[in-house]
Each structure stands twice: as C-alpha cells, then as structure tokens.
Design a protein around this ligand. Structure first.
Ligand SMILES: C[S@@+](CC[C@H](N)C(=O)[O-])C[C@H]1O[C@@H](n2cnc3c(N)ncnc32)[C@H](O)[C@@H]1O
Length: 409
C-alpha cells in the first residue's frame, strides 16, 4: 500500500465512523431534466447552455452522504458516478439511491489516488475533499485528467481565513493525544475541559449544538490543509486548470458574500478595484474581508479549453446580451420517514420556492425573449455597472438562485 492509499484508509475510517454530512431531511427533485444543467452553464457565463448538456456524464468525487443524490436528481438524464473512500457514507448514500429510484447514479468505493478517468466527464464536483489529503495537487490532477476539454469542474477547498480555530484545535489535540492512539477521544475531552473565553471557545460552543458528525468534521479531522485564493489558484495552475468563476457558498442566502466584491466609498478607488483582473480582485477581497470572505468555492476549467478566456466582464456582457425569461418549473419533495427512508412528501410544487430578491424583482417580472436583458434594464432605468450585473447574475441565473433562464437563439 503506498502512503497515499494508507492515508485514504485513515480518512475512509474517519468518515465511516462519522459520515458527513448527515442524511438530508428533505430533498428537492426538479422535474425538468434540462433546468439545472442550463443553470450550471449560466453560472460560468454560457447563456447558450452548451457547456453542460442534460445527458452528459457527471462525477461526484468524495461524494459523502447526500451530494451524489442531489446531483443525480438535478441531472436525471446524465450518467452520474459517485465515489468515496468512506464505506459508511457510501452505504447511507446507496440507501438513498434505492429509496429515490435513482437509476442514473452509480456508486463506487474508490479513492481519488486510484481514479484513472480520462476526459470522461462534462461536470465534476469535488467539494470539501482535497484539503483532507496530504497531496491535493496529485488528486486535482486526477480530476483535471477526467474532465472533457470544455467541461466544468466545481471545487471547494478550505479558506485559510475561516479555519484558524479548527486548525489550532486539531493541532493542540494531536499534541495532547501524543501516542495514546485516541485523537478523537482526546479532542472530545478537550472540548469539554476548556474553560477559556476567546473566539476558539465560542466557535466550539456553537458546533457543540450541532450533530456529532458536524463536530467531528470540523474539530477532529485527522488531516486539514487550508488555502488563500492565491494558493488555490497556484494549485489549480499546477494541475493545468484555471479558476473560472466563483460559486455561491452553502450559507450564503443573499448571494452577496459569494460575489467576492467589496464596496469602496471612494469612486477612484472603486474604479481601480474594478479595473483589476478577476484574480487580483478576488485576492484584494479576501484580504480585506478576511474571516468574512467567501468560501474558496469555484468553477474551474481546463487551461487548454477551446473556449474564449473567462472573465467576469465577459460573463456580464453575455448576460446583458442574452434574451431571458423567468423560470416556471416544478419539483418533487422527498422527506426521510424513519426506517422507511425517503418517501414523496409533495408530488409537485413550484420551483423556485422563495421570492426573488427585491432589488431585481422588477427586472425579473419584465424579462421577455422579445428583448435582451440589457434592453430591459435600460427600459426600467436599472444600473448596469459591473458589480450590479454580477449581483444580478448571481441572484437570478445560478443553480443556487434559479429564477431566470436565457432563451438560446
Ligand atoms: C466533508 S465530506 C464532504 C462530502 C461531500 N463532498 C459534500 O460536500 O457533501 C468529505 C468526503 O470526502 C471523502 N474523501 C476524502 N478524501 C478522499 C479521497 N482521497 N478519495 C475519495 N474520497 C475522499 C471523505 O470520505 C468524505 O466522505
């Protein structure tokens, strides 16, 4: 067994003891197989919906318990493969697969070090995985090799500014555990025994209210690496990849934080900030927002992709030039029913569920395939500066905010 595989056995054991996340109480299954592939394409600025088609191939790498189920529901016409090293997580996921009748999902116990896919997938998701491994670059290379030339790779790695306390606690625990062989036991005891008042103690107290699996994932993880956005970009480039566009994070209900934007109350400075290339702007944003900065959660593409260079400016321009209309779709809601597992709770209800952001309600109501989005903005007197259009795209056209679909010519 080589050292990486030995490492994967440790990680697999850890996540078998504490599968993460826990089973989702409800799952929303969109009834239109084209909706989420189209929203995903829009998130990377493709308003012609060509980057990710509905019937492609999708890989959820390090899928945990729920992510492969959610992905297979959102891409029902695609072949979806979910892999993980945690038998416990895969067993729970497989129960869900059967209960939800997801015939398009195949699950495999497979470590990323062993994966040998070649240009096979149109869309790959790998979130919360690479940073638990000693050599993320070797694993990201496997993902890059598996991606088709124009495919979309979605990756999240821990943001250094978010992880100071968990990393400190994990290190202190390992030092205290010494050669007792019980890192988890020591960590739990330490969390109870601490009587200090600082941000570490208050973060610990907050997670103690969550299920055990969340506590273990944050505070007891055997391995954890963290990245600034600059280090993430360097990692991606070493693997022949580019950070393409930010993806909205899980706790970001407004869509604001994930925009990697700061507002500067000085017109000249704001102009200079906007004139920076995307990556420099993301760096400045992360440095200034620090612990409030967004997740390092990005869509990546192959550096050699036969596509025009990506930029926020070109994504904004593509949206303003697109013809679009409000989404009027439906979804089926599944809920966990004790030992019976997932059962249909509501056969069909409208999607999206929440009202559109008030700032963009008028635009949303007036969108029509008769005019471009830019023309509708002009009619309504809406500003189309870079930050506003980034917010519009994030809060109207992405998988997290499924309010608007372009109508490809
Ligand atoms: C924090 S969980 C995230 C699960 C899922 N990606 C999500 O976002 O819901 C991390 C998962 O990655 C898996 N994992 C970590 N390293 C891996 C590797 N080298 N190969 C395959 N799976 C791995 C773990 O077993 C665990 O299930």
């Amino acid at each position: 067994m080589n050292p990486s595989n030995g490492h994967e056995a440790v990680i697999g054991g850890f996540y078998t003891e504490s599968p993460y996340p826990w089973r989702a109480h409800t799952l929303q299954q969109p009834l239109d197989p084209e909706l989420y592939p189209a929203l995903l394409s829009q998130a990377v600025g493709d308003f012609g919906h060509r980057r990710v088609g509905p019937d492609g191939a999708v890989w959820v790498a390090g899928c945990g318990v729920n992510q492969a189920l959610i992905t297979a529901q959102r891409h029902p016409a695609a072949r979806v493969v979910g892999t993980d090293v945690s038998e416990g997580s895969l067993a729970l996921c497989n129960e869900g697969r059967k209960e939800l009748s997801l015939d398009n999902l195949e699950l495999r116990k497979e470590g990323l070090t062993a994966a040998r896919y070649h240009e096979e997938f149109d869309y790959i998701v790998c979130t919360g995985v690479l940073h638990h491994n000693p050599d993320p670059s070797a694993l990201l290379q496997r993902l890059a090799a598996a991606l088709r030339p124009t495919g979309v790779l979605e990756v999240m790695v821990y943001n250094t500014y978010h992880r100071r306390n968990p990393v400190a606690f994990q290190q202190a625990t390992r030092l205290l555990a010494g050669d007792t062989g019980s890192v988890a036991g020591t960590g739990r005891a330490l969390a109870e025994a601490l009587d200090i008042r600082n941000s570490l103690a208050s973060d610990l107290a907050e997670t103690r209210l969550q299920p055990d699996a969340a506590f273990a994932d944050t505070w007891l993880n055997p391995y954890e690496l963290t990245f600034t956005v600059d280090e993430f970009r360097a990692l991606a480039e070493r693997c022949g990849l580019l950070l393409e566009a930010p993806r909205i994070g899980p706790d970001d209900h407004s869509g604001e934080a994930a925009l990697w934007d700061v507002v500067l109350h000085d017109a000249a400075l704001q102009e200079r900030y906007e004139a920076c290339d995307d990556h420099t702007r993301w760096r400045i944003t992360q440095l200034l927002l620090a612990e409030e900065s967004p997740y390092n959660w990005f869509y990546l593409r192959r550096a050699d992709a036969p596509l025009p260079a990506p930029s926020d400016a070109s994504r904004n321009a593509a949206f303003l030039a697109a013809r679009a209309e409000p989404v009027a779709a439906a979804q089926r809601t599944w809920a966990l029913h004790g030992a019976e597992g997932y059962r249909v709770l509501v056969e069909s209800s409208p999607l999206p569920t929440m009202p559109v952001a008030p700032e963009f309600r008028a635009l949303w109501e007036h969108l029509t395939p008769e005019r471009t989005v830019g023309q509708t903005c002009t009619r309504l007197g809406l500003p189309t500066d870079a930050q506003t259009v980034r917010r519009m795209r994030a809060q109207l056209t992405t998988p997290e905010f499924p309010y608007v679909l372009s109508v490809p010519a």
